[in-house]
Ligand binder design. Structure first.
Ligand code: GLU
Length: 310
């Protein structure tokens, strides 16, 4: 079967080296297998992801030589390619598993209370507070506050073999808890949208940052409930700022607005590929020149720190 990889960025600003590394590896992995790439804009949060950022991002990807076979501007019959325009599909999926969901009225403050159980990385595990509301109680509460919708997770462990990071497992109830499918303001949750879209767009291989490794068991569980065939997953190490912190707007020199003025695309890709173990000499390389030697085995499994001067 032909491999279909994807770019699934959430353009909430100009892309930075971390986003580029993710797109580069997704592209190389698909191209090395003779596969194709779908571009989907993950702009569920429309306020944070205005169209102009998506347009700039597409222009940046093409400048880098990271092209896509299907997506905005290249209709392959699975559009629209903006999540903000796919609400009906998410609603339909939600309807199918509605019996396993329940309304949740917890406020942000309640969810993030110091007493709430937390995962090691600081994420809150939902306490299950609204799980036991009777339909009458839920109706009463809904008069004053629109509810979010949560999926009731089973007391089960879900595991999978990541194509790069190896075996990963999570106990859904203990490590994750009942998770959101729709927010109280009506916005569908990333977990639901990504599963629905990857399946609807024929994506067979998901390449993305290791910060999403712990979302994967939830997504596999959703695939199972919806009767969808899950893709394979390869999670790549995170690219960190020189001080070891996560890349953010503070690291302006890792943003493409600065980098595009400083160097041609081939120089940028050559350096980035070197950090990812794929271009030992660090010499300038066009994206397609990196395809023949691409191998996941060369890519580190631990976070990569950017040098002081990229
Ligand atoms: N849209 C997500 C992001 O930009 C990526 C989601 C995914 O790859 O599954 O972080």
């Amino acid at each position: 079967m032909e491999v279909t990889g994807r770019f699934a960025p959430s353009p909430s600003g100009r892309i930075h080296l971390g986003n580029i590394l993710c797109c580069l590896l997704a592209w190389l992995s698909a191209r090395k297998q003779g596969g194709r790439i779908v571009l989907r804009i993950e702009d569920l949060d429309t306020a944070r992801c205005p169209m102009r950022y998506a347009e700039q991002m597409m222009e940046d990807l093409l400048w880098l030589g990271l092209d896509w076979d299907e997506g905005p501007g290249a209709d392959g019959g699975h559009g629209p390619y903006f999540q903000s325009q796919r609400t009906e599909l998410y609603q339909a999926a939600l309807e199918r598993i509605k019996a396993l969901t329940y309304p949740c009225f917890c406020t942000r403050a309640e969810l993030h209370a110091a007493s709430a159980p937390h995962r090691e990385d600081g994420q809150v595990i939902y306490s299950g507070k609204c799980r036991g509301l009777t339909p009458g109680e839920a109706l009463e509460r809904a008069r004053t506050r629109p509810p979010a919708l949560r999926l009731r997770v089973p007391d089960e462990e879900w595991s999978f073999q990541d194509g790069h990071m190896g075996a990963y497992r999570e106990h859904l109830a203990r490590d994750c808890g009942d998770f959101l499918l729709r927010r109280s303001d009506g916005m569908f949750a990333y977990q639901l949208a990504v599963v629905v879209d990857d399946a609807a767009m024929g994506v067979t291989e998901v390449v993305r940052g290791a910060d999403l490794l712990d979302s994967t068991p939830r997504q596999l569980y959703l695939c199972h409930l919806l009767g969808l065939t899950p893709p394979t997953y390869c999670h790549l190490p995170l690219l960190l700022a020189p001080d070891g912190r996560r890349l953010s707007k503070r690291n302006a020199d890792a943003g493409l607005d600065v980098l595009r003025d400083r160097m041609p695309a081939s120089v940028l890709l050559g350096k980035l590929a070197m950090l990812a173990g794929l271009n030992p000499s660090g010499e300038p390389k066009a994206a397609w020149e990196l395809v023949p030697d691409f191998d996941w085995e060369k890519v580190p499994r631990t976070d990569i720190r950017l040098p002081e001067k990229f």
